[in-house]
Design a protein around this ligand. Structure first.
Ligand code: 5GP
Ligand code: ZN
Length: 114
């Protein structure tokens, strides 16, 4: 997907502050952080959102969750707490249509979200 900004970040065509990468997953700092720690965790492969994920993606999604915990520990927010959230579709507030999980922490996060 040439037009997808996250595919361009994964391929190195667009810059990002990368915090993790392997053959399947990629993580980088959000350009407009909503918290002291705000990292986006994405699959390298272009999946639109969770509504489009299939049972074949189950292992990949599991790896994304485990990686979120690992990054939280490395960022020093595991003990204080954090939030992992994905926005899917219009009502979910999704603005980039390449599946991503927001890892947020470093401050108290309100609930419910707006
Ligand atoms: P969404 O609204 O789809 O849940 O989240 C998209 C997120 O991607 C937003 O938090 C936005 O700040 C971030 N974002 C959009 N474009 C870029 C970019 O080019 N680089 C980085 N690092 N983050 C981006
Ligand atoms: Zn993409």
């Amino acid at each position: 997907m040439d037009s997808c900004i996250f595919c361009r970040i994964v391929s190195g065509e667009a810059p990002a502050q990368v915090v993790y990468e392997d053959d399947e997953l990629f993580a980088f700092e959000d350009r407009h952080p909503a918290a002291p720690v705000h990292i986006l965790i994405i699959p390298r492969r272009h999946i639109v959102n969770l509504a489009e994920a299939t049972p074949d993606d189950a292992a990949l999604l599991g790896r994304m969750a485990v990686l979120a915990g690992e990054i939280a520990r490395r960022q020093g927010i595991a003990e204080s707490g954090f939030r992992l959230v994905t926005n899917s579709g219009r009502h979910g507030g999704q603005s980039v249509f390449h599946l991503h999980w927001h890892l947020l922490g470093g401050r108290h996060l309100g609930w419910p979200p707006g």
